[in-house]
Design a protein around this ligand. Structure first.
Ligand code: CA
Length: 224
């Protein structure tokens, strides 16, 4: 059976663009333009992934995403009109798996869909866990058999990011999580800690580029 992707989009032209490119890549698609129809459809058809526009008639993407998360972990890619919106959405912790900003290239959408689907499969998670081991008690990180010499802050950052591969964290979110751990005392420059962490990873395993910065938004851990 082909994997069915649900496209929720009220602009017909965009929906058709998504549909054409996804179908060319071997997926089947369904298109809904009315926000109110989404939840019942998802409950009945169990799509493998949802491309969810933020601004919709009937019910907006925010509400839909929250509702879906109350009963399903189906991967959701949110589509927004403004890049500044992504920061706000991240702050709401909706549980979306990725964010795409309009205007987008249809090829990029297909690439993102593939990445999200790949990492939501259990196999990929096992694979990445074997490559990186984190021992929270001793602050020890082992990458492909090599011990990384990390500071407590770097260890904590790596562990926050690596626990949810692909999830994007804003600097504020990383800050909040670092400070919620009483053992960590640090200054407020996330960027410089990330920079040092990446350098240490690059030295231990040059091909293992896992910490990615998302311009204007924050950071994520992902093996691409
Ligand atoms: Ca819209």
């Amino acid at each position: 059976m082909k994997e069915k992707i649900l496209i929720v989009e009220d602009e017909k032209r965009l929906a058709e663009l998504h549909r054409d490119y996804l179908q060319q890549s071997g997926y089947t698609t369904e298109w809904l333009e009315d926000g109110l129809k989404v939840i019942p459809w998802v409950k009945e058809h169990a799509p493998v992934l949802i491309l969810l526009d933020l601004m919709l008639p009937g019910k907006d993407g925010l509400e839909i995403c929250k509702e879906i998360r109350s009963f399903s972990n189906v991967p959701i890619i949110m589509v927004t009109a403004r890049v500044e919106e992504i920061d706000r959405l991240l702050g709401l912790e909706l549980g979306a798996d990725d964010y795409i900003c309009k205007p987008f290239s249809p090829r990029e959408v297909v690439a993102r869909v593939k990445t999200v689907l790949r990492r939501s499969s259990p196999q990929t998670q096992d694979e990445s866990q074997q490559l990186l081991t984190l021992d929270e008690d001793s602050y020890q990180a082992i990458l492909q058999g090599l011990k990384l010499d990390l500071t407590a802050v770097e260890f904590k950052l790596l562990s926050i990011l690596a626990q949810k591969p692909g999830r994007i964290y804003s600097r504020d979110q990383l800050m909040d999580r670092l400070y919620s751990d009483q053992r960590i005392v640090c200054d407020r420059t996330i960027d410089s800690h990330i920079k040092k962490l990446r350098k240490k990873i690059a030295i231990a395993a040059p091909e293992f580029e896992v910490i990615h910065s998302i311009y204007g938004v924050g950071y994520k851990y992902e093996r691409l």
